[in-house]
Design a protein around this ligand. Structure first.
Ligand SMILES: Cc1ncc(COP(=O)(O)O)c(C=O)c1O
Length: 417
């Protein structure tokens, strides 16, 4: 595990107490204990700045976008489109028109599968994903392959939970039509070498979709530097609202893509003789969008940038290293995923105790972790388990909370001794 510390990168250190003051939900008790929230890979808590941005929309600017001539609609439209520009800047895209608002990472992947890959996929063609994908980056491809008679190929991973790059190169074939790869695994924490994988795919003319759901809150992302064809993410994993996410797509791809859903806003004109579709990104945003979600999303990214992603990565790297070391000292604990490059996820099993029992006992101590398959059943199967306990860290977590987790796990051991 080689997450750089702020000192190593020269980044400013995170002022965690100041950060914590920004998150109202952290200051509550759970079952009579101070809440220790370690379920950030599922969803994150929201800073006041995001809550305020959403509230301001409802209190002042609430109106529909794009179609109104009145003042409120103009303000809502400006705020919505400014949010698109903020997301473009955060992701390092060239053009705001490369950012499509979607409901989530899941919807972004389904959109690319339906509008970009489906028209290009023929029987016998291949879609290439990895063994550590979230179900969101498996099932849309399975559905498409089933429909088209195409083949879903899977890149194997080693016992540390790392992509086997030689196998990846071998699996890239002249029939591969897309590679879908997770940037940071939600089940293992592995940071994949996506830059290198994209280069290898492009060397064979294969486009790449990066599932950035878990990368967005932990790593600086630059889609132009990565040179990915598509990048998908969800706001709620990065301190923003639920129900909103973004799909970045290279402009030349989006221009070629067929609509995903039909409805208002995605058209230029409609008659019963036929419809002319709007330009991207609006072509892919049928119906009234999640306006307040987009505004809150942009505010969350502004908040992340203010703290500095290098500082966040450094702080979370220290938490992960401390938690991993402490948990490894406990008897009968086996971590699942020990990649050299990891972010913010500690997955483990304990001999003789079901993960759900561990989660329940920790909950009684005020500690929120996730126990289950984490919507990544194939990677669970790869490690011969049906479920793990997952502690996942965010920018507001502290060393004291890691100590609380370890004390909670000792209690679990006592109960099941
Ligand atoms: C790696 C990864 N991909 C995709 C998703 C799906 O995200 P959403 O439910 O926001 O669509 C998740 C959610 O946990 C994830 O961790």
């Amino acid at each position: 595990m080689t997450t750089p510390t702020p000192a190593a990168t020269g980044a400013k250190a995170l002022d965690v107490e100041k950060v914590r003051a920004d998150f109202p939900a952290l200051h509550q008790e759970s079952h009579g204990h101070p809440l220790v929230y370690l379920d950030n890979a599922a969803t994150t808590q929201k800073p006041k700045a995001v809550i305020d941005a959403v509230r301001t929309f409802y209190e002042r600017d609430c109106s529909n976008v794009h179609r109104g001539v009145h003042l409120l609609s103009q303000r809502a439209t400006v705020a919505y489109e400014q949010a698109r520009t903020a997301i473009k800047s955060h992701l390092g895209a060239k053009d705001s028109r490369e950012i499509v608002f979607a409901r989530s990472t899941t919807e972004g992947i389904n959109l690319v599968a339906a509008s970009f890959v489906r028209p290009r996929l023929e029987a016998g063609d291949e879609v290439l994903i990895s063994n550590m994908e979230h179900h969101s980056n498996i099932v849309p491809w399975q559905l498409l392959c089933e429909e088209k008679g195409a083949i879903l190929k899977v890149i194997p991973i080693n016992d540390d939970g790392e992509i086997i790059l030689e196998e990846y190169e071998r699996l890239l074939s002249e029939r591969t039509r897309i590679v879908g790869i997770v940037h940071v695994s939600n089940a293992l924490g592995t940071i994949n070498p996506v830059r290198e994988m994209i280069e290898l795919a492009h060397g064979r003319g294969v486009p790449v979709l990066v599932d950035g759901a878990q990368a967005l809150p932990h790593l600086p992302v630059d889609v132009r530097e990565l040179d990915c064809d598509f990048f998908v993410c969800s706001a709620h994993k990065a301190y923003g609202p639920t129900g909103i996410g973004a799909l970045y797509g290279k402009r030349e791809h989006l221009l070629e893509m067929v609509p995903y859903q039909g409805g208002g806003d995605m058209i230029l004109s409609v008659s019963f003789d036929g419809t002319t579709y709007n330009e991207p990104p609006h072509r892919f945003e049928a119906g009234t969008p999640n306006i307040e979600g987009a505004i809150g999303f942009a505010e969350a990214l502004r908040y992340l940038d203010e703290q500095g992603l290098d500082a966040i990565a450094g702080h979370e790297g220290q938490l992960l290293a401390a938690a991993t070391e402490a948990v490894l000292e406990l008897p009968d604990v086996r971590p699942i995923g020990s990649a050299r490059h990891k972010a913010s996820v500690l997955s483990f099993v304990m001999d003789g105790v079901h993960p759900h029992d561990i989660g329940t006992i920790l909950d009684s101590e005020g500690i929120a972790v996730r126990a289950g398959h984490h919507c990544a059943q194939p990677v669970m199967a790869r490690f011969g388990v049906s479920a793990t306990v997952r502690a996942s860290f965010g920018l507001y977590n502290t060393m004291q909370e890691i100590e609380a987790l370890v004390a909670g796990l000792k209690k679990v051991r006592e109960v099941f001794a």
